[in-house]
Design a protein around this ligand. Structure first.
Ligand SMILES: [Zn+2]
Length: 275
């Protein structure tokens, strides 16, 4: 009966293929048989069992079950690798790729002789205009002032451009700046999250907008590292107590804010070289 049925490239009929697939995914022989041959649902258990065990001993079926199980194992391995790789990328991502706390140069850091530096002529022109308006306003108020009211200062010094142009706040503060003493001004930079790449894109967990401002959320890097350590069965208590242990140094290194990580060195191959 089944011998005359059309066989697939594994030498299995459609019913055998179902039987093998069910077996490979963990079903009992009888249940697999019932699935492959629905008519056997009406049979008694012994008949089903007899036929099922006979079919399970078939060479083609045996081979197919073995292949399917190996394939499943392989697929499972890939998943573990992928998950592990994701954790690893999060654990080793550089948060600076996502956001930065910067100390930027002040207006006097790079001006000529540390004089106030303008961005460009246009900015200086607007500053001059503003100065004239303030002066005019003060003169107008002085001429209209009532008796007893104090005179407003009108000879305020006009802005100058002795410091020149080209102010660029992205530069680091000048160590010898007489104004900021090399400290610069604080600034927070957040990268355009549409263009994040690699670990930074996996580290990014969204943005929260509230009355207090923006909050960039990130996944927990130490948690990700713990997951990797757990997979590798690392006992951090032992590693933590051994400063000579390369893995211990490795762990303490990657817990820092800025990291540059290569693959964990294989100490075994080093030992092999010595033999
Ligand atoms: Zn400065």
């Amino acid at each position: 009966m089944s011998g005359s049925a059309k066989k697939n490239k594994y030498g299995l009929t459609a019913a055998w293929e179902v039987f093998a697939t069910e077996l490979a995914s963990g079903a009992s022989q009888s249940d697999a048989y019932r699935k492959a041959y629905p008519r056997s649902l009406k049979w008694n258990d012994k008949s089903v069992w007899d036929n099922a065990s006979k079919l399970a001993a078939n060479t083609e079926v045996l081979q197919r079950v073995k292949d399917l199980q190996e394939k499943a194992c392989k697929a499972n391995e890939i998943t573990v690798e992928k998950v592990l790789d994701r954790y690893w990328q999060i654990a080793t991502a550089n948060p600076n790729d996502l956001m930065q706390y910067r100390r930027e140069c002040c207006r006097y850091c790079y001006g000529e002789n540390h004089q106030y530096q303008w961005i460009d002529e246009n900015e200086f022109f607007h500053a001059e205009e503003e100065h004239h308006e303030l002066k005019d306003e003060a003169e107008r108020k002085n001429s209209n002032r009532k008796k007893g009211q104090p005179m407003l200062v009108v000879d305020m010094p006009p802005p100058h451009d002795l410091g020149g142009y080209g102010f660029d706040p992205s530069l680091s503060p000048h160590a010898k700046c007489p104004k900021c003493k090399g400290k610069g001004n604080e600034s927070v930079f957040i990268a355009d999250t549409r263009h994040l790449q690699g670990g930074a894109s996996l580290l990014y967990a969204g943005v929260k907008v509230s009355a207090q401002g923006l909050e960039i959320k990130t996944h927990d890097q130490m948690h990700a590292l713990d997951r990797v350590a757990a997979y590798l069965n690392m006992d951090k208590k032992i590693l933590g107590g051994d400063k000579e242990n390369p893995l211990s140094m490795f762990l303490s290194e990657i817990s820092g804010a800025s990291v540059s990580i290569t693959k964990s060195p294989s100490s075994e191959s080093d030992l092999d070289d010595e033999n």
